[in-house]
Design a protein around this ligand. Structure first.
Ligand SMILES: [Zn+2]
Length: 466
């Protein structure tokens, strides 16, 4: 294409402007390649990218560099798949707006090497159109929240406090005020219609949230399967336990601390409606010792046997513990007791899960709003998986690449997570080896998303983003 630029002296100067060539091949040469498939790193690798896809990736001689290819020298550096955070919450509406925070947060995630996120159930119909207008953002897949009747209609409930009785609103209303949109499922609901509605909202799966029994779990899973969608759930969904969720065919459960539900019977689980009830119940039974209770272990064994994924979300709990540790004046509260129990119990449950062969997906429960220091990150989650759960850096990285892609599932999951021919060219080049030390994930030189290279400084400063 010919363009005309005006020189400083005012004389028009013909200038050749090259449009991006979709078929131009880029060759990333000389890196140590860890492709996320489970095979060992390949030294001095060649990775060919054409358009938005990987054309070839391998050792010397495996991928001949085509003539005219653009060559990126990656000698002495480390190439890994773009990271996947399979548990985030991006949308938080304040007066109907997500403001600038969402765009800034997504750029920052990309700068950290996170090229895909899965939103675990805010409001796909609101979120996805906002994301699609952004120039620099990871791929976003979104789940639809589903909950039972009592979540919506448990009515105002009086709670006695020192200042008199206060009335709690239905939990669904609190969520809706943040801009989230849980869907109601009752025994009279046609599960196929609910799944269609979720799909029309842009969701790739359902996230079961609360007040659903095991029959509801079975029906929703069957309907989602018919539509090719995944089903995940909060651990637990009251009254359905994690064991029932796993037996019901769910693809995954989230939050290690939620295994505390296994320590209650179905009637008790159903009685817990408000956040305070759930927190108090977890605080009462969640200890290092109870993580080894046969009922918890039975749920984990079922998950391992059926391939049910597990997202422990350890970093989110760690942030909550830090919050209470930083307080200068201590006032006893149910929330603090809950957070401390959730931390020790959840950590021990995760150790048991790993020992028993449960598949782990690295979801952080990152939120895109509020104070930056309070936000869980994938980086933090991976560090905890290595430092506290004793996963090797390789195993932790698999939980954020190949296995997180499988957790997302379907056609979307089949295009991401590994560096293989035909997958999206979502790559991270690091100056230090993350397999030696997981903290080296911070040494990002550049991130490639669908064939386009971004540098962290460029993303964080906002340069050339329009
Ligand atoms: Zn969450």
């Amino acid at each position: 294409m010919l363009g005309v630029a005006i020189a400083a002296c005012g004389r028009p100067v013909a200038q050749v402007v090259h449009p991006p060539a979709p078929n131009l091949t880029t060759a990333i040469v000389g890196a140590s390649l860890w492709d996320g498939t489970g095979r060992a790193s390949v030294a001095n690798a060649v990775t060919l990218v054409q358009g938005d896809r990987i054309l070839c990736a391998g050792g010397t001689g495996e991928c001949p560099i085509p003539r005219g290819a653009r060559v990126i020298d990656a000698n002495g550096r480390y190439l890994i798949p773009g990271l996947i955070d399979s548990h985030v919450h991006l949308l938080f509406l304040s007066n109907g707006s997500a403001g600038e925070e969402l765009a800034l947060d997504l750029r920052d995630l990309l700068a950290q090497g996170v090229t895909t996120v899965r939103d675990m159930g805010g409001n796909p119909a609101e979120l996805l159109p906002r994301v699609h207008t952004m120039t620099a953002a990871p791929r976003v897949y979104a789940m639809q929240l589903v909950a039972g009747r009592r979540f919506f209609f448990n009515g105002l409930r009086g709670v006695a406090t020192a200042r008199g009785t206060i009335y709690r609103q239905p939990p669904a209303l609190t969520m809706q005020r943040m801009g989230w949109a849980p869907m109601l499922y009752t025994p009279g609901t046609d599960p196929d219609s609910l799944v269609t509605e979720a799909r029309n909202a842009g969701a790739t799966g359902l996230k079961l949230y609360a007040q659903l029994d095991s029959t509801s779990v079975h029906r929703l899973v069957a309907a989602a399967r018919r539509a090719g969608m995944s089903v995940w759930g909060h651990a637990w969904v009251q009254p359905a336990s994690v064991l029932e969720q796993s037996v019901g065919g769910q693809d995954g459960v989230v939050h290690a601390a939620g295994l505390a539900g296994e320590l209650y019977n179905a009637e008790d689980r159903e009685r817990l409606v408000n956040d305070g009830d759930l927190q108090a119940a977890t605080a009462l039974v969640g200890t290092v010792g109870s993580a080894h209770d046969p009922r918890v272990l039975a749920a984990l064994d079922s998950m391992a046997h059926r391939g049910t994924f597990f997202e422990p979300t350890l970093d989110a709990t760690r942030h909550s513990v830090d919050h209470y540790n930083a307080q200068s004046r201590r006032r006893p509260s149910v929330q603090e007791e809950y957070v401390r129990a959730a931390s020790s119990f959840g950590m021990e449950v995760t150790r048991e899960a790993v020992a028993r062969g449960v598949r782990i997906s690295a979801g952080s429960d990152h939120v895109a709003y509020g104070l930056g220091r309070d936000r869980a990150t994938l980086f933090g989650e991976l560090q905890l998986l290595v430092d506290s759960i004793a996963l090797s850096p390789t195993a932790a990285l698999l939980a954020a690449t190949r296995d997180a892609a499988a957790a997302i599932g379907g056609e979307n999951g089949a295009r991401i997570g590994t560096i293989e021919t035909g997958r999206y060219a979502d790559l991270v080049l690091l100056s230090k080896n993350p397999l030696e030390n997981i903290a080296n994930l911070e040494a990002v030189e550049w991130v490639m998303l669908g064939g386009r290279v971004w540098r962290p400084g460029q993303l964080r400063s906002g340069i050339a983003l329009r």
